[in-house]
Structures are given as C-alpha cells and as structure tokens.
Design a protein around this ligand. Structure first.
Ligand code: SF4
Ligand code: SF4
Length: 200
C-alpha cells in the first residue's frame, strides 16, 4: 500500500518543484552584453608589475615557472648592464610567456614570485580562436606605463642598489602617481639617490 502511495506522490512532488521554480528569480546572465564584476580576488589574466620609475619588477628568476603545475610559464633571464637596464639588480626577464591554453588560474605562480612582479587581474575574457594568440608574451603581460614612469631600459632612478627598490623608497611608496616621495626622487630633487637601507 505504502509503495502505491509513494509512486503516486513522486510525480506530484516533481511537478511541484517545477511549478515552484517558475516563480523564482531568474539567474540568466546577459553576457557578453552585460559584463558582471567578479569577486575582488578573482584569479584572472596575469600582469607583470613595474616599479614607480617604470623599471620592471620581474628579475627573471623562473620561480613562477617552476611553481606552475601546468607548465604554462616560460621565462628566460638575462643580465642587466649599466647601459641597458630593465630591472633593478642583476637580472631581468628577456623572454616571458604565459600559455593560457594550459593555465588553470590556480595562482601558485603569484605565490612563488619573490618580488610581487607577477599578480593576477580580474580580467577573464581570454577566449580566442588561435592557439598562438593565447600564448601571451612579455609585451602583452607588462603593466602599462603610468604618468611619471619611463620606458625601460633606463638607469635606476629610485636608489643606487636593488635593495633601495625592494626595502627602500620604491617599496614603501605607492605606485600611484602623486606620491610626493617618489615624485621628488624622479625629479632628482633633494635626497635623490640617497641610500635608504638605514631608513627601512
Ligand atoms: S595560475 Fe597556476 S596554472 Fe596558471 S600560470 Fe600560474 S601557476 Fe601556472
Ligand atoms: S614573475 Fe616573479 S617569479 Fe617569475 S621570473 Fe619574474 S620575478 Fe621570478
């Protein structure tokens, strides 16, 4: 008897669920006409950041490539010279590529980066119909030059050593234009090229 009642009620329950769903708020998203903002810490496309004078934060150490479980990053480091300097310190990334056909957006690479050069943006519109176009090169990944920044190669403007950059003024100062401390040094004002290790 119980089995007969259950077999009668099951379809009624099913239709009841369908009926109730008809009155729920619709969750259809009108993408791409309406692009919704992501969560603030959403893992999207990467960016290679710069110091406030425009030099690159990437030192070509390859730690991000070693940390990547999908083998999506390729880095080739090279030596800076005084005539051709792209980053503070000895090395910079001569070649930097991220293969977005492989990337699973886990964020392990940004955790491994010792200079906070590599971070992730909220940008997720990365679909393409060409495999080649989904291998992003350094030029595509580098952050744009903000006002007050200078296109590398150029000498170190914020100190005499890479330590000045990583624990000195360039590290303390915001990369946002308008920072008086950075702008004073960029303009070569008082204190330009002062050793900053004692201050930090
Ligand atoms: S987010 Fe993950 S998969 Fe993508 S490049 Fe970084 S470590 Fe590799
Ligand atoms: S992005 Fe960071 S971890 Fe990767 S090579 Fe550059 S400095 Fe090293």
């Amino acid at each position: 008897m119980e089995t007969t009642v259950a077999s009668f009620l099951d379809p009624v329950k099913g239709f009841g669920l369908t009926f109730a769903t008809m009155f729920r708020q619709k969750t259809t998203e009108q993408y791409p006409e309406e692009v919704k903002a992501t969560a603030p810490r959403y893992h999207g496309r990467h960016v290679l950041n710069r110091h406030p004078d425009g030099l690159e934060k990437c030192i070509g150490c390859e730690l991000c490539a070693w940390a990547c479980p999908a083998d999506a990053i390729y880095v080739e480091g090279a030596d800076n010279t005084e005539d051709k300097r792209f980053s503070p310190g000895e090395r910079y990334a001569a070649i930097y590529q991220i293969n977005y056909l492989r990337c699973i957006f886990c964020g392990l690479c940004i955790e491994a980066c010792p200079t906070r050069s590599l971070t992730m943006t909220n940008e997720y519109e990365l679909a393409d119909d060409s495999r080649q176009d989904l291998i992003f090169t350094k030029d595509q990944l580098l952050a744009p030059l903000l006002p007050g920044m200078e296109q590398p190669p150029h000498p170190m403007r914020l100190g005499d050593t890479d330590t000045d950059y990583y624990v000195g003024v360039a590290n303390r100062a915001s990369a946002v234009p308008g920072n008086d401390e950075v702008e004073g040094r960029l303009a070569g004002g008082p204190g330009h090229n002062d050793p900053l290790r004692e201050e930090s």
